[in-house]
Design a protein around this ligand. Structure first.
Ligand code: UDP
Length: 250
């Protein structure tokens, strides 16, 4: 992968890339030997990393960090080092599926409630002819089941492993098991399988284009108000650090 420039947001080193570069890098990871991982932090995840040094280390250990969330785009502007664009994990994996369906690469889905990954597999097989989703496992497991899942992944050797356990579980899980996993690229992408399966809905394009996906989610799930407050808190923290001059950009 080319050395991307990174933007330091509260200690998290986000890659300043656009969608095409993110897709290219992900494909390079799948074609190279060894294990790689991509995390897709939003402002909530960056805020958690800011408050927890161990989690910050985990996040920064990824081979690529895509800016998933309009909050990061605003933060980078505040830091006078703008990001090229928002690169949502969901959009990134949909682009990868499109290319993968032509290349014969193998995909494994790990995470979400029982039945969701299988439903997502069905939906994608209808959408992308030739896609090879070689296995699925739900994200509710005990130690014994976890061992079986890792064994199955290693038997199937997928090129791409989606880990959808929510944050911080998925990033911690990937980091803890990266030396045991026989796959090329793991991506932590939260509720992506819920959206693909139809269990959850993404905001209409107009909301996404206007940077108002968070507002749409709030309208649909008013109970998320607590989580939503993380966005203004995050931006105030970035402004505060900027004013103190102790958030230097890489
Ligand atoms: N999840 C899981 N195992 C767990 C906890 C959560 O598989 O132990 C799944 C959950 O079913 C959902 C996803 O992780 O599909 C997290 O979704 P959420 O919308 O919270 O993700 P985010 O907002 O972090 O993208």
């Amino acid at each position: 992968m080319n050395k991307n420039s990174k933007i330091d947001i509260l200690g998290v080193k986000i890659d300043n890339i656009d969608m095409n570069e993110a897709v290219k890098n992900a494909e390079t990871f799948m074609n190279e030997g060894g294990f790689h991982c991509i995390f897709t932090p939003n402002s909530e995840i960056v805020m958690s990393a800011y408050k927890n040094d161990r989690f910050k280390e985990i996040i920064n250990s990824a081979d690529m960090l895509t800016p998933d969330g309009i909050g990061l785009v605003y933060a980078a502007k505040i830091l006078k080092n703008p990001l090229k664009e928002r690169v949502a994990g969901f959009d990134l994996v949909m682009k990868l599926f499109e290319n993968i369906s032509k290349s014969g690469k193998r995909v494994y889905f790990f995470g979400s409630a029982p039945g969701v990954a299988d439903e997502a597999k069905k939906k994608l097989e209808e959408k992308f002819e030739g896609i090879n989703i070689c296995g699925t496992a739900n994200g509710y497991f005990d130690e014994k089941r976890e061992k079986e899942i890792i064994e199955e992944i290693n038997f199937l050797k997928p090129d791409l492993l989606l880990v959808c356990l929510g944050s911080p579980k998925q990033e911690s899980w990937i980091t803890e098991h990266r030396s045991e996993l026989d796959c090329r690229l793991a991506i932590g992408v939260g509720g992506t399988l819920d959206v693909i399966s139809g269990k959850a809905k993404r905001a209409p394009d107009i909301f996404i284009k206007l940077g108002l996906e968070w507002f749409y989610r709030l309208l649909k799930q008013p109970a998320r108000i607590g989580r939503m407050m993380a966005l203004p808190k995050f931006l105030f923290t970035v402004i505060g650090k900027r004013m103190k001059g102790d958030n230097k950009n890489a």
